[in-house]
Write a protein that binds this ligand. Structure first.
Ligand SMILES: Cc1cc2nc3c(=O)[nH]c(=O)nc-3n(C[C@H](O)[C@H](O)[C@H](O)COP(=O)(O)OP(=O)(O)OC[C@H]3O[C@@H](n4cnc5c(N)ncnc54)[C@H](O)[C@@H]3O)c2cc1C
Length: 340
């Protein structure tokens, strides 16, 4: 049992950005019983509840968070083989990349392209974590949640999670009171390499035969290390903006202005545009710094905290980027991390 509720806990120590004021109350849930107890305690006292994983997709305000922050540390991994599939269930508090490594070592295909992403298992359905041509939503069979409103556990199917690009029901009004307790992924026991994504295709272009799961994981780790800083050295929440999705008409107009603009047709006939390219080639914002905040020198989508940055500084810097993109392209870009 871990029901020690602390007061005035500085959240910057729990975010990869290294930014954020104090949580009014703070506690750790190590199992489902802890979670139910803490949620009940918050309800009785009328305290809003916020769920914290690894803090790698958060921009926390300098004035902190009112109510109770519950750090989800519910652990445990189990699996069940069903013919060519293996259903692997992991506790929300498992560290994501250690879990990915576990699946790769076991020879369960599916998550290797999502290697080296910080954070926890429980946060992966929230924004439908994706990288290198794979989104977690496509591999999720079901998500076990605890409803803070209804005070009961529910199991949600993949369809009920309404996964979209960096989106799911958990980010909507309907899903905001749902705490992810565990996630079940449907992986494969037979090889299923996904190397169509540009960077991976290039990496393996001279390879004869298909790469192993381990080779794909290592390739992803190597490619990522050239694009993202080590957040333990340089605070960051990864890509700060989503790649925008615009109409083909808008895309064609922009392509006439900015030759070479990369765009990918989505399944619903829209164009997903590379914001990194726009920030680099159209707005000239790579490696730009203002005070303690800047765009990362190797990937301008990534904002970094050079030390001592505040949320206000990051927000102001992000606004100048938004304005620059809007002025040059008429695209209104959206922030990717969640705001607290
Ligand atoms: C260097 C770097 C690289 C990154 N690369 C990628 C990438 O390639 N692709 C990608 O998609 N993301 C990427 N991210 C973003 C981030 O790592 C992921 O979104 C990750 O899943 C967040 O996990 P977390 O546990 O840290 O969530 P947190 O930051 O703790 O929380 C994020 C949000 O999810 C909610 N949440 C967390 N856990 C739960 C739960 N159990 N139940 C309900 N709600 C919960 C929180 O309340 C919050 O709103 C990157 C971040 C960094 C710093």
């Amino acid at each position: 049992m871990h029901r020690d509720i602390k007061e005035n806990v500085l959240l910057s120590q729990y975010t990869t950005f290294g930014i954020g004021g104090e949580a009014e109350f703070f506690a750790v849930a190590e199992n489902e019983e802890d979670l139910v107890w803490l949620a009940g305690h918050a309800l009785e006292r009328g305290l809003p509840v916020s769920i914290l994983g690894g803090g790698s997709n958060l921009l926390v305000g300098d004035r902190g968070v009112t109510g109770l922050v519950i750090k989800n540390e519910i652990k445990g991994i189990s699996h069940e083989v069903q013919d060519e599939n293996v259903l692997v269930t992991a506790g929300a508090g498992e560290e994501w990349d250690s879990f990915v490594l576990h699946t790769v070592k076991a020879g369960w295909w599916g998550l290797e392209n999502l290697s080296a992403i910080p954070g926890t298992v429980g946060a992966t359905p929230i924004q439908n974590v994706g990288a290198y041509g794979v989104e977690v939503g496509g591999l999720i069979k079901e998500v076990k949640v605890y409803s803070l409103r209804e005070q009961k556990f529910l199991v949600m199917t993949q369809a009920e999670c309404c996964f979209g690009y960096r989106d799911s029901i958990f980010k909507s009004e309907l899903g905001r009171d749902l705490v992810v307790v565990s996630v079940t992924y449907a992986l494969r026991v037979t090889p299923n390499p996904q190397i169509h994504y540009k960077d991976l295709a290039e990496y393996f272009s001279s390879r004869v035969g298909l790469p192993s799961q381990e080779e794909i994981r290592n390739a992803v780790i190597e490619i990522r290390s050239k694009k993202f800083p080590d957040w333990k050295q340089l605070g960051t929440a990864g890509s700060f903006f989503k790649n925008p999705i615009i109409s083909t008409e808008h895309f064609n107009k922009l392509s006439e202005l900015y030759a070479g603009l990369p765009g990918y047709l989505t399944t619903d006939g829209m164009m997903k545009v590379s914001l990194g390219w726009i920030l680099d080639k159209v707005c000239d914002l790579r490696g730009v710094r203002e005070g303690n905040v800047g765009t990362y020198e190797k990937q301008s989508l990534v904002l970094v905290n050079y030390g001592g940055a505040t949320e206000v500084e990051v927000s102001n810097f992000a606004e100048t980027i938004k304005d620059a993109v809007s002025e040059k392209t008429k695209i209104e870009i959206e922030m990717e991390p969640q705001r607290w």
